[in-house]
Design a protein around this ligand. Structure first.
Ligand code: ADP
Ligand code: MG
Length: 408
């Protein structure tokens, strides 16, 4: 196994040696023997749960001569965070059968890596931009590298923003994110010139496609897990993405919507020229993603929601002109507050089986009371029509589930 290091940085070397334990080296050696992997270079990102390396790979189902850049994600096997994820995986349809309940954290990490591999495959099949998965061996995932041939990874949206905010910011400063990703200044400049509106539209259209076509909710979507390369966005980090019918899927989807909306709101407020750019409210974005109309294409539907957003805004403006003292009603934050008031666990692994049941039950109660409460429906009735269909779809789904449980 030939391990090349791109820099002599002492810290980086320490990371390489720390993560590439005996077992990891054995998996890598196997990939090398099989001709799947041709080189592993430096570390491009060190995260809480995984380190990502740059390398060269021969992708599966390609002629032998084809060699491409690869990202090699090595999950950390020693950390506690994976221990409790068993509950989450155990609750998933795809993992319900065929696996016992592994007590061994190392085995859990393998399941986790496998899940990311499967989720990436699903996204690719649904034409959602993400790295193509190449190989999975234990806790080592080899995938398409998003970035240049020299091994500079595509910047994350978060870094693109840092660059936009402070043009004088050095690449080093911009890349000193929470997970320590390195990006070159050229990349940042190129990315910084991409129009923000297209980024927003790409992001939300692909959130919808992920939900509708891949039937998955990302669950950890934020400007840290979206890469920008040559004007296109890519979703990464899908190991915890969950089935659409997971009891917490809609809660996580709502949080994804909040993260994305907050990011672009700040971005819009900062950009000098954003004419024609209509940002959906968190609620409208959520509605757009779950909307079941499938006779309209994703882009046309987004335009429809943007028109609705504008109409709501205009109505609010005229209403607040009429009742200057009625500030609260004129603000759609009231609506947003109702929508966002329920606490979502930060990550799925914070929830145990009992909590999951309770959250689910509470939500049903809440849905039941909100759909029968006239004050709720009258305040919301003029602003949107799709929400009730989403809520009733959710109730319907939960009914299905209890039917299913009763019958089984
Ligand atoms: P973690 O769970 O540790 O956050 P991620 O999958 O988000 O792991 O990867 C960490 C970082 O590595 C990402 O934020 C991104 O900058 C970089 N990265 C991950 N996958 C790729 C890839 N296929 N191509 C380029 N960079 C990547
Ligand atoms: Mg990440």
């Amino acid at each position: 196994l030939e391990l090349q290091r791109r820099t002599k940085d002492r810290q980086e070397r320490a990371t390489v040696e720390q993560v590439l334990d005996r077992r990891t080296r054995a998996y890598l050696a196997k990939l090398f023997r099989q001709g799947a992997l041709l080189a592993v270079h430096g570390c491009i990102a060190t995260g809480k749960e995984a380190n990502v390396y740059f390398g060269r790979s021969h992708p599966p189902n390609e002629p032998e001569s084809v060699v491409v850049s690869a990202a090699i994600k090595v999950y950390k096997t020693s950390i506690l965070i994976f221990r409790d994820r068993e509950k989450y995986i155990a609750g998933e349809r795809r993992f319900r059968y065929g696996y016992g309940k592994p007590r061994n954290p190392r085995k859990m990490v393998k399941l986790w890596a496998e899940k990311e591999f499967r989720n990436l495959s699903r996204l690719c099949r649904a034409n959602i931009p993400c790295p193509s998965p190449f190989y999975i061996r234990g806790h080592v995932l080899v995938m398409q590298f998003i970035g240049d041939e020299e091994g500079t990874p595509a910047p994350r949206l978060q870094e693109v923003r840092a660059r936009r905010r402070a043009p004088s910011l050095s690449a080093e400063g911009a890349s000193r994110g929470e997970e320590g990703v390195s990006s070159a200044p050229e990349t940042m400049t190129e990315a910084a010139t991409t129009p923000a509106e297209s980024l927003y539209e790409q992001t939300v259209i692909n959130m919808r496609r992920m939900y509708q076509k891949a039937r998955l909710v990302h669950g950890d979507l934020s400007s840290f897990n979206i890469l920008l390369w040559q004007g296109r966005i890519y979703f990464v980090d899908v190991s915890q993405s969950m089935e659409q019918d997971h009891p917490l899927a809609l809660d996580f989807l709502r949080r994804d919507c909040q993260n994305i909306t907050a990011f672009f709101q700040a971005e819009m407020g900062n950009a000098e020229a954003n004419e024609g750019m209509i940002l959906l409210s968190v609620r409208n974005l959520f509605e757009y993603i779950v909307d079941v109309w499938d006779d309209v294409d994703d882009i046309a539907l987004l335009q429809k929601y943007q028109t609705r957003q504008e109409e709501q805004r205009r109505r609010r403006v005229s209403r607040s002109a009429q009742h200057a003292d009625d500030e609260l009603l004129s603000d759609d934050s009231t609506d947003a507050l109702v929508f966002q008031s329920v606490r979502i666990p930060r990550r799925l692994d914070e929830v145990d089986e009992e909590q999951l049941d309770r959250i689910y039950y509470d939500r049903l109660l809440r849905l039941a009371s909100s759909s029968s409460s006239s004050s709720y429906s009258s305040s919301a009735s003029d602003s949107y029509t799709g929400a009730s269909s989403a809520l009733s779809a959710e109730v319907a789904r939960s009914d299905d589930k209890s039917d299913h449980e009763v019958s089984s």
